[in-house]
Design a binder for this molecule. Sequence first.
Ligand SMILES: [Zn+2]
Length: 314
Amino acid sequence: MSQYAFIDIPFNFRHTCWFCGEPASRSFDFPKNPKNIHFLEHAPMSIPACSECAVVNVAADTASIWAVRDHVKHALMDKYASHLAIGQNWTEEELEESEFSGALLGGFGESAWKMYLIAKQRISYPGWQVAVDGITVEGESEAYGFEFDGVRYMSLNTCINHLIKSLRLDKELLPELVDILGPERLDYALKIGKLNKAIIPYQRNKILDEVRQQVEDRKDIERQAARAGDFTEVEAIQVGDGLATVESIQWALNNDILDLPTLCQQEDVFFDEFAHLGGPQCYMNYYGLQLYFEARQDAKWVEANDPNKAFFEV
Ligand SMILES: [Zn+2]
């Protein structure tokens, strides 16, 4: 039935589709046409597959089983986009508590959550290690995929496109939001996207401006929070014959004095602040701090010698 040697199948998986975890009744022969064997990076192989995965067609020049898998998962994702959207639109509790009728859920009715879970499991199914006659097929990328809400996608882009399609979101808003907020805040970006499905460019720009402002404000708050501490972790620094003491470095940081020119401007303030040490001590403290700030003008020196550098970076 299969054209090539089957990949090695662990006992527990002997009736399982390698692509999606459903019961396997057929095989995916790779390549489907033996004429294309020369495109392959590894030996040709037959893979146990369910009836749906087995019939997915891949390009003639597909080079590896990993590319095949990407393609099969894409096909499943497209096919079950509406099922996957259920979980993105509602939580299980919302579905249970509500009286959604079949019509509202596009005919899924009471089994909606189950349909969602099945689709999600099939897309996320990792398969097992691929080997032919005990020889492992290498090449699966460590960085493979992007996970969101328990579903593994081929990439961040695939995920975004899938969300846009299945939730009928504005095509430009979500990618732009992810650019501003970063992939780690996709959840938040998606919430904004869902609330603003039908928008004109003017509204989209307004939303994006607002989010940009939020990000800026958040950075400010983080910066202030980082500065607000007493810098208890600061270490004294010996530079040449001068010593920048913990107290003087803390004083500079607390007063937002982060470079030599600013320090020089604030010299008098320093001497007022440290007058209680007495003239010579006060001078030695300033001298040490000055040498330290001078040394800090050299980025390489900072990198190699300054245990306090993080305090100056925020
Ligand atoms: Zn399958």
